[in-house]
Write a protein that binds this ligand. Structure first.
Ligand code: BG6
Length: 489
């Protein structure tokens, strides 16, 4: 158990304190950390919002949201935890409100500002924080993705944040990096010698990275329609996973050492031409269908979606990394809403054997390593073994490792990633946050997709909710003689 006196004391300010992210993700993550004795109880968590709420009403609002999301907080610690939570009414443009905030904060300890608001407010918030000297040495600012909607807008935001905060005070959050399973991916690669010799173009024929969701846009129609799957998921979560799969072994876990290696991957991505975008990038949108036998509406029928919207809810593409380790190895990335199941996985397809001596086996299933990140956290290795008896026939078999099963008793984090990331902000540990140059390189690579879609007015291909996306997604791999993992099952 942690000694509370050794834990850093902090004041955490949550801009957008009545919003979904704060109430559904951040508060449960902080509560979990509190239950695990990782929060100094002298700390304050301050929700900010425009609504005039007293503290009882704010506590009730949080409670109602948690119940709505079926998050279980019926715990005696909850009442203790609520003592840390405060509410201040603040209009991002009103200086008196910042004055009020500043008199509430203890600026001799760590002050964290979590900007869980529309990015259009980031500039004014940063300016006002600076004006009231709230950007002192011990302060940190946390920025939620997506930061901007293309390279130019993201650089614009980064530029004015940089006028008030140093890069070492800026925590660009990508909650995938906080997930236990994603950190385990690093451990699997860099904690074992087993894979390193094989982890290269000589032995790997292709890599698939999938983040699929069965949910639709839910109540976020307005936000989602302005964002789309490319900026919501691919530019950040998928490219971060790609970096971890493809990066060179870092010499330490030091924040900049890891981020330098990820940056090299992003900079080595083969730039996409207009022709590549037309042939190798698939833009999709779900139409009505069924998930687990239950009918669901199409994207255009969801709340707050403008008629005829071309926003994509699915994107799949082929990427290449131009370096000695990965030249000519295709990386297939895909993500989408309302797909057949919720799933995040990485499939490493090793090359076929050079010469077949056993009869009648198609090798498709073998030589495949599957690292599943969610909903379960497993590693499966598919290979071929001889069928028992008087035969030379081979049969696909697999080794199956279930991390949740193995670490059952130790798994106390809530799996979303926010708990670990919030604790890292409090500890001042930047390793799992995205550095400005990384973010810039990711946008730089994604920009031609946005530009081509806009220039050629490329409409999304429709796919039925509850499937794996538009049919052309299969052709993307079939052209290279490959197929998505589920197509083999
Ligand atoms: C968020 C996206 O970053 O990630 C959401 O904005 C998406 O649209 C979510 O649903 C998926 O995260 P997870 O942890 O549920 O896989």
């Amino acid at each position: 158990m942690n000694n509370h006196n050794q834990l850093p004391q902090f004041d955490l300010v949550l801009f957008g304190g009545t919003g979904d992210l704060v109430t559904r993700k951040l508060i449960p993550a902080l509560f979990n950390a509190f239950q695990n004795n990782n929060i100094n109880p002298q700390s304050k968590i301050i929700g900010l919002g425009r609504k005039p709420l007293d503290i009882k009403q704010y506590h009730q609002l949080i409670y109602d949201k948690l119940i709505q999301c079926k998050i279980d907080i019926l715990d005696e610690n909850w009442q203790q935890f609520l003592k840390l939570i405060h509410y201040i009414q603040l209009d991002a443009n009103n200086e008196d409100d910042y004055q009020n905030l500043s008199s509430f904060l203890n600026t001799n300890i760590i002050n964290i500002y979590y900007l869980s608001t529309a990015p259009s407010l980031f500039q004014v918030i940063c300016e006002k924080l600076a004006k009231f000297n709230l950007n002192h040495e011990q302060s940190r600012i946390v920025l939620e993705k997506p930061l901007g909607h293309n390279l130019e807008s993201s650089e614009h935001i980064n530029e004015y944040v940089a006028q008030s905060f140093k890069e070492t005070q800026i925590y660009r959050i990508d909650h995938y990096l906080g997930k236990e399973s994603v950190q385990n991916l690093m451990a699997i690669r860099f904690g074992n010698t087993l894979f390193e010799a094989l982890w290269r173009r000589q032995w790997i024929s292709s890599i698939q990275i999938t983040i699929a969701e069965d949910l639709g846009v839910e109540s976020r129609g307005e936000f989602y329609d302005k964002t789309g799957a490319l900026c919501d998921m691919l530019q950040n979560h998928l490219l971060q996973l790609l970096c971890i799969v493809a990066m060179e072994p870092p010499s330490s876990l030091d924040a900049d050492t890891i981020r330098d290696e990820k940056l090299k991957v992003l900079k080595s991505l083969k730039p996409l031409t207009e022709e590549n975008v037309i042939h190798d990038v698939i833009r999709g949108q779900y139409k009505s269908g069924a998930i687990n036998g239950i009918p669901v509406p199409g994207y255009l029928e969801e709340d707050n979606i403008p008629e005829g919207s071309h926003t994509e809810t699915f994107v799949a593409l082929k990427a290449e990394i131009q370096n000695w380790r990965w030249a000519n190895v295709p990386f297939y990335l895909r993500t989408g809403k309302r797909m057949q199941e919720k799933l995040a996985e990485i499939v490493i397809q090793f090359k076929d054997i050079p010469c077949k001596i056993f009869p009648g086996i198609t090798n498709n299933f073998a030589n495949r390593l599957i690292i599943r990140l969610q909903p379960d956290e497993t590693v499966q290795l598919y290979f071929l073994a001889k069928q028992p008896g008087d035969t030379n026939q081979l049969q696909p078999v697999f080794l199956d490792l279930d991390f949740n099963e193995i670490f059952k008793s130790k798994d106390k984090q809530n799996g979303e990633g926010y708990e670990r990331l919030l604790l890292d902000v409090i500890r001042g540990q930047l390793t799992l946050f995205v550095r400005r140059d990384e973010q810039k390189a990711a946008w730089h690579w994604v920009d031609p997709i946005i530009n081509t879609w806009n220039k050629l007015n490329i409409a999304p291909k429709l796919y039925t909710a509850g499937t794996w996306g538009p049919s052309s997604t299969s052709s993307l791999l079939a052209r290279d003689n490959a197929c998505w993992h589920e197509e083999l099952l």
